[in-house]
Design a protein around this ligand. Structure first.
Ligand code: SF4
Length: 258
């Protein structure tokens, strides 16, 4: 697997280093990757992500939010840094969101943790057998994922949940490196932003398939990309995304990986 990437930002060196292999190369006799081989690399990548300061606007915003805090969380220390992915290092299903929420993951330090979007996401993962519990309130709440890994296209909370094009492109190599480290067979994009980011990583050309809820695309490097409306309150409060619709996407992913 190899991304087509010409932007500036986090290094892609690791994507082409000798220890970076294709999903097929990484699988053990059970058809899944060796966690002892991948966990240190994932941990090192997560450490690298959490110290990134490549986007001045987002660094200023994430740290300002962490200083000012929301009244309900005034007694908590905010994470205020980039948020790495979270989940099973042997995951065959990757779930990609947009970016951390200012008072969610930017507060708790774990992706989709501590906000309404995460409530929806992890409840659905629990209903469909990918999570050991339905709630996700703090990084030490005991949540464990099985065969699933949750991450985001951009790792710093952006103002109004809108990263710029430059910020998106600068951060994409982190997602690319996670994709290279995990033995995924299915990627679920939560929303059009994540859909586009995954297709960019694959070097899709010339015309990208359109995002829609339930869309499915066979990726050139193997595996499939599934589309789901994002679990934002804008979608869940209005009924645009229902529990049944979200469960159907996760169940389709489970079916694809057997
Ligand atoms: S958005 Fe990504 S590239 Fe930009 S500062 Fe955050 S982690 Fe670094």
């Amino acid at each position: 697997m190899c991304a087509v990437w010409t932007g500036t930002g986090p290094s892609l060196t690791a994507m082409t280093s000798p220890d970076m292999t294709s999903p097929d190369d990484r699988t053990d006799p059970d058809g899944r990757t060796d966690p002892d081989g991948q966990q240190p690399a994932l941990a090192a990548l997560s450490e690298e992500i959490t110290t990134c300061r490549a986007c001045p606007r987002l660094v200023t915003w994430r740290e300002q939010v962490a200083r000012d805090r929301r009244a309900a969380y005034s007694d908590q220390e905010y994470w205020g840094r980039p948020v790495p992915g979270f989940g099973d290092p042997r995951a065959r299903v990757m779930i990609v969101g947009l970016a951390p929420a200012a008072h969610g993951a930017n507060r708790t330090g774990r992706v989709f943790t501590g906000d309404r979007s995460g409530d929806w996401l992890f409840a659905a993962l629990h209903r469909t057998g990918f999570a050991n519990q339905a709630t996700s309130v703090a990084a030490d709440d005991g949540l464990e994922l099985s065969d699933a890994y949750v991450t985001a296209a951009v790792r710093c909370a952006p103002p109004d949940n809108r990263p710029s094009t430059d910020e998106r492109d600068r951060c994409l190599p982190y997602l690319a490196r996670e994709l290279d480290l995990l033995p995924w067979r299915v990627v679920i994009a939560l929303g059009g932003f994540a859909w586009d980011a995954v297709l960019r990583h694959t070097g899709w050309s010339p015309r990208k398939p359109r995002f829609s809820h339930g869309a499915e695309v066979a990726l050139p490097e193997g595996g499939v990309l599934l589309g789901s409306y994002h679990v934002s309150q804008q979608n869940t409060f209005t009924g645009r995304l229902t529990e049944e619709m979200l469960d159907a996407v996760f169940l389709a992913a489970a079916e694809r990986v057997g």
